[in-house]
Ligand binder design. Structure first.
Ligand code: PRP
Ligand code: ZN
Length: 294
């Protein structure tokens, strides 16, 4: 029987769409089983487990899964909690599901810095990260652990403030709270078990990482094409954001003009196009890149 690499992703929540999309952009189609907790990839020997995000670090630490996609917030909190801290490690940041863990309090608060929190109880599902921040900032406040519905704690007088995940801010707003300080910035993270994989599994892992890197680097990259005076090639090349050596092609019937094709690794903005025009470029096209492999 051939080895299969097992990846844990969030079943539903902040990370699930982005995780599925990443796999899709890697050319992997996940067919879900009837129980919807388990999926199989056809194109590579990879199995997918759909879990609660909070369970993912533990599944990877226990080798129930080889790798996983989890929020940095959840992974860091777990690490600070000390449970199995050495068994799983970060492979790379994935650039989606960005959010912030923030201190928030009643809208009428006159927050003027961490000292404002002195003597307060702060409801949070992230006591480790919260405590570390309070100590760093020298605020004498106490985290109160709550598993869910943290945002109702001040109204119920269970706590004076909260430390919770904010992405749009709608949840805080709906509960009469406002964010006042950032405790931790988070995004999706690829983690793996630290034990070396058997050879076959390592080969699958390497192939997957190569594809993920391709997806991430092509995300902002654009293929830029334009015509330009032959004399302007150098100035234009210097100007293009994040471009390596561009391709310069002769134009039939226009000896002093060339076509320039380049991969720009950073976003290309309108004002940069204006700048290219000033340098003599015309017929400028900016195309998305679907896939890229170094
Ligand atoms: C967080 C937080 C809020 C919500 C905030 O929960 O506890 O409920 O997201 O998002 P908003 O600023 O866009 O309103 P999370 O999705 O992390 O859920 P979980 O703790 O149940 O995994
Ligand atoms: Zn969760």
């Amino acid at each position: 029987m051939t080895e299969r690499l097992r990846i844990a992703i969030q079943k539903s929540g902040r990370l699930s769409d982005g995780s599925m999309e990443l796999l899709k952009n890697c050319g992997l189609k996940v067919s879900r089983g009837k129980d919807r907790l388990y999926g199989r990839v056809q194109e590579m020997p990879i199995d997918v487990m759909l879990l609660r995000d909070d369970d993912i670090p533990e599944f990877v630490a226990d080798q129930a899964c080889d790798i996983g996609i989890v929020g940095e917030n959840v992974f860091e909190e777990d690490r600070l909690g000390g449970a199995r801290e050495d068994a799983a490690e970060e492979v790379m940041r994935l650039g989606f599901a960005r959010c912030r863990l923030m201190i928030a309090g009643p809208k009428e608060w006159d927050y003027d810095g961490p000292a404002h929190l002195n003597g307060m109880r702060i409801a949070t599902s992230y006591p480790g990260l919260t405590q570390a921040w309070l100590e760093r900032e020298g605020a004498a406040a106490k985290p109160v652990m709550m598993k869910g519905s943290v945002e109702v704690a001040p109204r119920l007088k269970v706590a004076d403030a909260v430390c919770d995940i904010v992405s749009t801010g709608a949840t805080l707003d709906a509960n009469g709270l406002k964010p006042v300080a950032t405790v931790f910035s988070s995004q999706a993270l690829l983690i793996r078990n630290k034990e070396p994989f058997p050879t076959e599994k390592q080969t699958i892992f390497d192939a997957l990482i190569k594809r993920i890197n391709g997806v991430i680097t092509s995300r902002d990259a654009k293929y830029v094409m334009m015509n330009a005076p032959r004399t302007a090639v150098e100035a234009i090349t210097e100007y293009l954001p994040g471009a390596d050596a561009p391709t310069v092609l002769d134009l039939v019937g226009a000896p002093d003009k060339v076509a320039i094709h380049a991969v720009c690794r950073e976003s290309v903005f309108w004002d940069q196009l204006e700048e290219l025009k000033k340098l003599g470029a015309s017929a400028i096209l900016v195309l998305p890149i679907e896939k890229m492999m170094a």
